[in-house]
Design a protein around this ligand. Structure first.
Ligand code: UD1
Length: 418
């Protein structure tokens, strides 16, 4: 076990290269199994979700070569359609493997997926979409067993624009016979990245980033050498940290339009923000005023993956903020830990009422999920005294070198084995 030890109260200054996006890389890795040719993914973040996904690919029989931060995936000898149960428990994104493994083997078997404990997280939309493409699904003993003789294009209407279901159905449809029209698709930038990647492999996908994604099936996909998009959630996390602590930082590698909802709020809080191409510049005097309401919603709305970090900011802003979580049922678990540091937060169901306080005090707190853990680290950076954030395994799922990057910005942060 490891913990972060943070001496709070320092301003953050400097410039940061943002990692490639976890939520883009995971579906790209799943897609790699659909070609016999080699796929090179460049500059992958060193995070456990990526390592676990690579492990799943190895279990399917793919050869993975690491060259610096790149991974080269050779699926020509992939032989298994069964995604090992121990890995699905670790990483929810293994569910994307259904679409791509089906394309490859006409069969896919997976146990019910895990991931962050932030709500019920059903997969009914994934399964009903796959059924529309002709897949027969048997669910028993905690396993989902899918078979299909020939994937066939169809019109699929999602009841809700689920990111994962959109990606899974896109993967299943790229080599299906005929045209698939996916309506009410998720519009997240990572879907656009997946479309770009698939088209570079020879697929015919259009419309990603809008509510209608159209996929015309092709017979063969080829290898590709690809740099995934930048991680908007990592960039947002650092911008929020600098806003609360005060200071001046610049992030490189994420377009401002992918963070528009957050930047809008940060300006209202009193931060100065300039953007140019893939650079976002923020300066803050550390004395923020609250916004009234933050409502999470699918892109381009305020991202649920920044809700916890933004709640920490609200806890130290002047005034009261209502935070409404519309995507996941139990995404306020960090609130109890923030309260131990002196935050004034009341949670009722999917709503948190946060009354800003003048200061937080250092404490020993435990990260319960990935983004909640980042929120607690931000609280420690802004608090008076020393904060220990315990159980870094969640944070390590998604942040590559969080403490190293914070130190670069001038924070006093150490990782210690316990
Ligand atoms: C992805 C992101 C995650 C982010 C989330 C919402 C990845 C690897 N993860 O997760 O970081 O927090 O989008 O932006 O990209 N739902 C159903 N049935 C389904 C699928 C989803 O009811 O079959 C519901 C979920 O319970 C949730 C909502 O839809 O309430 C959104 O989930 P979804 O967009 O699917 O999120 P993920 O793809 O799991």
């Amino acid at each position: 076990m490891e913990k972060l030890v943070i001496n709070g109260g320092r301003r953050l200054y400097g410039s940061l290269e943002i990692q490639r996006a976890k939520n883009a890389v995971l579906p790209l890795l799943a897609a790699s199994v659909m070609t016999d040719e080699r796929v090179r993914l460049r500059n992958l973040p060193k995070i456990s979700d990526v390592e676990n996904m690579l492990h799943i690919l190895r279990e399917l029989g793919c050869r993975i070569t690491r060259e610096g931060c790149d991974a080269v995936i050779d699926s020509s000898n992939a032989a298994s359609h069964e995604i090992p149960a121990v890995m699905t428990k670790e990483i929810r994104s293994s569910i994307f493997m259904l679409g791509s493994v089906l394309t490859r083997f006409h069969r896919a078997k997976i146990s019910y997926p895990g991931g962050c404990d932030i709500g019920i997280r059903p997969i009914d939309l994934h399964l009903s979409g796959l059924k529309k493409l002709g897949v027969q699904i048997v669910e028993e003993n905690g396993y989902i067993d899918c078979r299909v003789e020939r994937l066939t294009g169809a019109e699929v209407v999602l009841d809700f624009p689920s990111v994962g279901a959109t990606e899974n159905i896109m993967l299943a449809a790229v080599k299906a016979e005929g045209r698939t029209i996916l309506r009410n698709a998720a519009k997240e930038p990572e879907i656009v990245d997946l479309q770009n990647f698939l088209n570079r492999m020879g697929a015919r996908v259009q419309g990603a980033g809008t509510a209608d994604v159209v996929i015309d099936g092709v017979e063969v996909l080829r290898g590709v050498d690809y740099v995934p998009m930048g991680d908007r959630i990592e960039a947002g996390t650092f911008l929020i940290a600098a806003a609360v602590c005060g200071g001046e930082i610049e992030t490189h590698g994420v377009a401002a339009e992918n963070l528009a909802a957050l930047l809008h709020k940060l300006r209202e809080n009193g931060c100065k923000i300039h953007t140019k191409n893939d650079t976002i510049y923020l300066s803050s005097n550390g004395r923020l005023k609250s916004v009234d309401v933050v409502d999470t919603s699918p892109f381009p709305g305020f991202p649920t993956d920044l809700q916890a970090q933004y709640a920490t900011l609200s806890a130290l802003s002047k005034g009261t903020t209502l935070v409404v979580e519309n995507l996941f049922e139990t995404r306020f678990k960090y609130a109890g830990e923030l309260r131990r540091m002196g935050a004034d937060i009341t949670v009722r169901g999917r709503t948190a009422v946060i009354r800003g306080v003048a200061a937080l005090r250092g404490a020993s707190i435990t990260a319960g999920d990935l983004r909640g853990g980042a929120a607690l680290a931000i609280a420690g950076l802004a608090a008076q005294g020393t904060t220990e954030v315990l159980d870094l395994s969640h944070v390590d799922r998604g942040y590559d070198g969080l403490e190293r990057k914070l130190r670069l910005l001038g924070a006093s942060v150490r990782r210690i084995k316990i």
